[in-house]
Ligand binder design. Structure first.
Ligand SMILES: [Zn+2]
Length: 299
């Protein structure tokens, strides 16, 4: 468990001027000397593959509370790379539920049109591809191509086969450290799209995120992403070292009656359904154990 009292990392003093990383977005201009508040940046990053549920609510409200308590900027980033699973209704649901919860953000799309025009991850495919190329061409290559089908995934033996990466036919994985729960996770999907892990690391770097608050279920992702950032740094990716300055905090999850993880496919816990059943904002905030979530933020 860690204290929520912030110690500013002096290295973040370098971040005196931030510009939006999104194409076409207006560049942010600082008209006054940067203060501590300008160095603190966190984000919420929903995936529009289903409707937001109370687990998302806990995570986003905890992040928002933290941001507002520390004068940090909050960025909304919608992880919409998984095109076939991204639904317009789910995108609209993100905006509607955030607004209903009273969560406001300093940077990011305000609606679906803005997402598609300016902020969509699909507009940043070139950036992710650049990272893949750098990892692949690194003098000490730490990634490898994999031709396993999804059903074979647990026993991938492609690590030492020296396969060529054929976009659309092979995936690319990162060699894991020994202690990694995720193993040699995919960083580039067979469908020739970046995997969540790579897109998330590149976005967090480009957005100059200083603090990431996420559920405990993503602890193994955090470990993997740090490893990926190390590989990027070794490959010469500018700023990849900055990933290690990010403070990660993990909050406990809300679980179902049988201790199961909430899923977006479980309609019963979606905010939209609960609201149809009469849930008010006050009831939501009362029912979520927000203090516990904050108290138990752990590294
Ligand atoms: Zn494989």
């Amino acid at each position: 468990m860690i204290s929520l009292t912030l110690k500013a990392n002096p290295t973040f003093a370098d971040f005196t001027l931030r510009r939006s990383v999104f194409p076409f977005a207006e560049e942010a201009e600082l008209s006054h000397a940067p203060s501590l508040a300008h160095m603190l940046r966190t984000r919420i990053a929903p995936t529009p593959s289903g409707f937001l549920h109370i687990g998302n609510a806990l995570s986003f409200i905890t992040t928002w509370n933290w941001a507002r308590a520390h004068g940090a900027e909050l960025i909304l980033r919608i992880d919409d790379l998984d095109a076939p699973r991204t639904q317009d209704a789910a995108v609209d649901d993100i905006f509607e539920q955030l607004q209903w919860m009273g969560i406001d953000w300093n940077e990011g799309p305000r609606n679906r049109a803005e997402l598609q025009k300016t902020y969509s991850q699909t507009l940043r495919l070139g950036r992710y591809r650049e990272a893949l190329g750098m990892l692949w061409n690194a003098p000490e290559r730490r990634v490898f191509a994999c031709e396993c089908s999804r059903s074979q995934v647990t026993e991938c033996t492609c690590r030492d086969r020296g396969l060529t990466h054929v976009p659309g036919k092979t995936a690319v994985r990162l060699r894991a450290d020994l202690d990694q729960a995720l193993g040699d996770a995919v960083i580039w999907r067979k469908e020739d799209l970046p995997a969540y892990q790579l897109a998330s690391v590149i976005d967090d770097l480009d957005l100059k995120i200083s603090h990431i608050i996420r559920g405990e279920d993503l602890k193994s992702s955090t470990v993997f992403q740090k490893n990926l950032a190390r590989a990027l740094a070794q490959a010469g990716w500018a700023d990849a070292e900055a990933f290690h300055l990010i403070h990660f905090m993990h909050h406990p999850l809300i679980t179902g009656p049988a201790g199961e993880k909430l899923s977006k496919s479980a309609k019963s816990t979606s905010l939209i359904e609960l609201r149809r059943g009469g849930l008010t904002r006050a009831e939501l905030f009362n029912q979520l154990d927000l203090q516990a979530a904050s108290r138990h933020l752990s590294k």
